[in-house]
Design a protein around this ligand. Structure first.
Ligand code: GLN
Length: 252
């Protein structure tokens, strides 16, 4: 069910996250170790978004399998960033296999990914989506649960919510409207990364270089911790300090 990661810290080549580690995102696309109840491989698409030195965000997405992309492999060796969100996709049955359905979704300096599924999303999310302007619904990246979740999170951010508040409030409301939803959400930008666990795995590691949050550990090295189910991992990174907090997502 899709694999994603977010990194904040010292600039690294994209390949240090996507291709080089023993259990890189590329490897997780064809040999994931913890898919739980959904899918076997993540070969329907992939994407990576990153902040350049001047803060501008770039994004590269493709339908298909990440392991077949020689262009990304060579770009990844030379493009460096200290703020990266990347994902590989296993499309939910019934959802289109197109580039625009791949994470990261982006806007306003944010990058967003969803690992999971909202059952009967077009019905169950209709009520929540009714708060969005029609033009936002008409400009969804793709007709998928994940694209609509991003529109909802973006709407909260634009209304002034902080990153954690935007992500957790959307998660709670979607879970209430569509019980049984799988909602591992990941939001990165503006020096912060927020990741939720809601039926899928999420691990994190903090070291002197920065903080990495990922569906599966990228290597067997020390320092990886698994976030318990139904929790939110919030990490921030600035020149002066870095923090990681894990909090349970209670019901309101
Ligand atoms: N439902 C989302 C999609 O189809 C995410 C899929 C997943 O996590 N496997 O893109």
């Amino acid at each position: 069910m899709c694999r994603h990661l977010g990194y904040l810290g010292r600039p690294v080549p994209l390949s240090a996250l996507l291709f080089d580690p023993p259990h890189s995102l590329e490897r997780q696309s064809y040999a994931p170790s913890d898919m739980r109840r959904g899918g076997t491989v993540n070969a329907d698409g992939y994407g990576v978004g990153w902040a350049a030195e001047d803060g501008q965000v770039a994004r590269y997405r493709r339908a298909g399998a990440i392991w077949a992309d020689e262009n990304l492999a060579s770009l990844g060796r030379v493009v460096r960033s200290g703020a990266v969100l990347a994902a590989v996709r296993s499309a939910t049955v019934g959802m289109p296999v197109v580039e625009t359905a791949c994470a990261p979704f982006s806007g306003d300096g944010w990058l967003f990914s969803h690992n999971g599924k909202v059952p009967e999303w077009s019905k169950s999310l209709a009520q929540l989506a009714s708060g969005l302007p029609v033009e936002r619904l008409l400009t969804l990246d793709a007709p998928t649960d994940s694209a609509l979740l991003w529109a909802l999170v973006q709407d909260r951010l634009r209304s002034g919510a902080g990153a954690e508040e935007a992500v957790v409030s959307v998660l709670r409301e979607v879970d209430a409207a569509a019980p049984g939803s799988r909602l591992n959400l990941l939001l990165l930008g503006h020096g912060v990364v927020v990741g939720t666990t809601w039926t899928h795995s999420l691990w994190f590691r903090r070291d002197e270089g920065g903080v990495l949050v990922a569906s599966e550990p990228l290597d067997t090295g020390d320092g990886w911790r698994e976030a318990p189910d139904r929790s939110v991992v919030v990490a921030s990174e600035s020149a002066s300090e870095s923090t990681v907090d894990v909090r349970a997502i209670g019901r309101r």
